[in-house]
Design a protein around this ligand. Structure first.
Ligand SMILES: [Zn+2]
Ligand SMILES: [Zn+2]
Length: 146
């Protein structure tokens, strides 16, 4: 059986030369990944400050991308814009829902008003007509009562 020897780590770093680390147990590691992993771990643990020239998502704080917030703190324009976009998209949705709720309610009111008016017309017709009740109901069904 031929064992497939991995020549690259899953991030396509070559598992050879300086980049290959073989542990005492014979396990092979990618040095680049180990370094990246350790660095990420240190940042996560707060042992290393984040790169002060970049925002938390890695956008460069250059003249164009830096905004000073009301609080006096520095903000990343790209992040703020994407945040605002998400926020306003959300607000748009909320407004749309609100509008639907309102017009939906209004339509219901109109329907109710229509039903009330209809009933009043029918009652008025029944009171005024000299027709037999069954005949009158037939007229109403035909819409001849208005
Ligand atoms: Zn790697
Ligand atoms: Zn950013």
């Amino acid at each position: 059986m031929k064992v497939k020897r991995t020549t690259h780590c899953k991030y396509m770093h070559p598992l050879s030369g300086d980049n290959l680390y073989v542990s005492p147990s014979g396990k092979r590691f990618c040095n680049a990944c180990q370094r990246a992993y350790r660095a990420a771990y240190r940042v996560k643990k707060g042992h290393v400050p984040l790169d002060p020239t970049r925002c938390r998502r890695g956008h460069l704080f250059d003249a164009e991308n830096t905004v000073i917030k009301k609080s006096g703190r520095r903000g990343c324009r790209i992040c703020m814009e994407s945040y605002n976009k998400a926020y306003s998209a959300n607000a748009d949705r909320e407004r749309e829902n609100e509008r639907r709720r309102k017009t939906g309610g209004l339509a219901d009111k109109h329907r109710n008003a229509g039903a009330i008016a209809e009933r009043a017309t029918i009652l008025a017709f029944l009171r005024s007509t000299s027709l037999d009740i069954h005949e009158a109901l037939k007229q109403i069904e035909k819409g001849a009562h208005t």
